[in-house]
Design a protein around this ligand. Structure first.
Ligand code: ARG
Length: 572
């Protein structure tokens, strides 16, 4: 959006200095009080063989009038020309752009015709999502929305962990203890308990282990019968539970393809890797050595088939990757998975490289830090047991409900608002910092209406809505606006203008935090502007201009929330 101002400035500089306009780069000044756009004069100084500060000072002087005609004033600071865009012109352009695109302002078509595959959430059946899955779910969903806004076809895949030897043990545990545990009554907790008991039994009980191995063999053989039925039932029950959570977060995957989905592709995948000549047999197992590709993988070849013939997580992921490449010819394929699987994805990419599949460049592991409790230890439920995401959301929603009752007892629809605020608090907290950093989950802090939180953004949005509603009741805002009164709204206007750039950078870097930081910054600027500027009850042209700002800022805040995955109740 700022191009509308930047382009003519660049053209002018290029023409006056005899430098190709492609070489004139306008930057964002590090300190926004210096200006809105900044031009480092080094290219011109070099061409002229003059010191950059002298060039900056000279250009500021001789071109002042011409810059002004383009809607910008200029100041030379050291080697930089710093431009300040005239607020009235900025407001006019920004409002026009926001009004033209409405809910789509911030997006673009740059991804048209391109597909991005995003593997996210991907929990394991028979177990509740653990905190790593929570982060993957929230970050992955944000990346899907960001890319869709940019016109990409974004395909979300849930690579459920539903295959592996552990399911042999689980089947046997169900057989033995289903009534004792009462798994039908509370399948999520029941299955978890059976899963834990089966793990223990496999290690300690010889007969149990033999039965478990036989069950897994039967499962792998594809035979229909009791084992497959039980496995199917576990899958259904687990998926139903995951779906309830996804619904609360407003998330839908395009494809739910568990590891089992790739069973028919495993043999062809192995054959393909073998045919490419990169495999070796080592102690009966099929491996791909990777040190020629990546020295760091010297000790860790990729194991694709164990000596007993069974395949592994990596085998299934490799099969999935070929399948995705063939189906989607993706521009990028992202794996939103915690940092503890770094080695795994490095190996997968290295295997592809050894096979000469240069599209491995498009495959990226989007890793992230841990979600920790207030004590900086792994987050657990209040009772210290395994944390169930749905219960965690319930807890935060309860607290949100309490706060809302206290702050706004007359509010209609408190239930829906509490849900929106509770979920918004959890989501925002996860997207607040660079994803690689650990996140601390402090129930009180994430709900604070004043902190860098989801509820703060939601509250600011609702506050702007309230001003607009009141204006409508009072019939204000219909006069022709005097945009000159927005002179002190520069920080807000500049942020609104930069929003499309922020969306694009957040997607490109797979870093939703760039957007959450932006949203907080915009809300802070809006709040501070509101405390200095009365919107309603001023001279009609003044109120009208301020209401325009309120309205368009509210649209931008809403668009940001939408992309992050925060609901935006109109009242709070
Ligand atoms: N189910 C795995 C886990 O819980 C995560 C799967 C991530 N996706 C993938 N394609 N490997 O650790």
């Amino acid at each position: 959006m700022l191009h509308r101002f930047a382009d003519p400035l660049r053209e002018l500089l290029a023409a006056k200095c005899g430098v190709p306009s492609a070489e004139i780069r306008l930057e964002q000044p590090r300190d926004e009080s210096l200006g809105d756009l900044s031009f480092p004069c080094f290219v011109i100084a070099k061409a002229r063989k003059a010191p950059p500060p002298a060039v900056a000072a000279e250009l500021a002087k001789v071109l002042a009038v011409e810059f002004e005609a383009l809607g910008a004033t200029v100041v030379a600071t050291g080697p930089y020309l710093n431009f300040r865009i005239e607020r009235k012109a900025l407001a006019r352009e920004v409002f026009a752009a926001v009004a033209a695109d409405g809910a789509r302002y911030g997006g673009s078509n740059e991804g048209a015709g391109k597909t991005i595959v995003i593997d996210f959430s991907s929990p394991n059946i028979a177990k509740p999502m653990h905190v790593g899955h929570v982060r993957s779910t929230i970050i992955g969903a944000a990346l899907i929305r960001l890319h869709r806004a940019l016109g990409y076809r974004a395909v979300g895949i849930n690579h459920i962990g539903d295959w592996g030897a552990q399911f042999g043990g689980l089947v046997v545990a169900i057989r033995r203890w289903r009534n004792e545990v009462g798994v039908e009554r509370d399948p999520v907790r029941g299955l978890l308990e059976l899963y834990q008991r089966s793990k223990h039994a496999v290690e300690t009980d010889e007969t149990f282990r033999a039965e478990a191995v036989a069950a897994y063999q039967e499962l792998e053989s594809g035979k229909e019968g009791e084992v497959r039925d039980l496995w199917r039932w576990v899958t259904e029950v687990s998926l139903a539970a995951f779906d309830r959570t996804y619904a609360r977060l407003g998330i839908r995957h395009d494809f739910v393809r568990g590891e089992s989905f790739y069973e028919p592709h495993l043999q062809p995948t192995l054959e393909r890797v073998i045919a490419s000549g990169v495999t070796e047999v080592s102690q009966g197992a099929l491996v791909v050595r990777l040190e020629t590709i990546d020295k760091g993988l010297k000790e860790t070849p990729c194991l694709l088939r164990q000596s007993n013939g069974t395949t592994l997580y990596a085998t299934r992921d490799l099969a999935a990757l070929f399948h995705r490449w063939e189906e989607f010819a993706f521009e990028r394929c992202l794996y939103v998975v915690g940092g503890e699987q770094k080695l795994h994805f490095r190996q997968l990419k290295a295997v592809l490289t050894r096979m000469g599949q240069d599209w491995q460049k498009r495959v990226e592991h989007v890793d992230f830090g841990l979600l920790l409790g207030k004590d900086k230890k792994k987050l657990a439920s209040r009772t210290g047991e395994v944390l169930i995401l749905d219960e965690l959301i319930d807890e935060v929603v309860d607290e949100a409900r309490r706060i809302i009752r206290e702050k706004n007892p007359a509010l209609a629809d408190q239930e829906a608002v509490a849900e929106a605020v509770g979920v918004g608090a959890i989501v925002f907290n996860d997207l607040k910092r660079e994803r690689i950093r650990d996140v601390v989950f402090d129930r009180a802090e994430i709900l604070s209406f004043e902190g860098d939180t989801g509820p703060y953004v939601q509250y600011t949005y609702a506050r702007l809505g309230a001003i607009e509603r009141k204006a409508a009741e009072r019939g204000e805002g219909t006069a022709s606006p005097d945009l000159a009164v927005l002179e002190n709204a520069g920080p807000i206007l500049m942020r609104m203008a930069r929003f499309p750039e922020v969306v694009r950078a957040a997607a490109a870097h797979c870093e939703p935090a760039e957007l959450s930081t932006f949203s907080i910054g915009l809300c802070r600027e809006v709040s501070s502007w509101l405390s200095d500027n009365r919107v309603l009850g001023e001279a009609p042209a003044v109120s009208a201009a301020r209401l325009r700002l309120v309205h368009h800022a509210r649209v931008v805040i809403a668009n940001g929330m939408e992309l992050l995955g925060l609901a935006h109740p109109s009242e709070m």
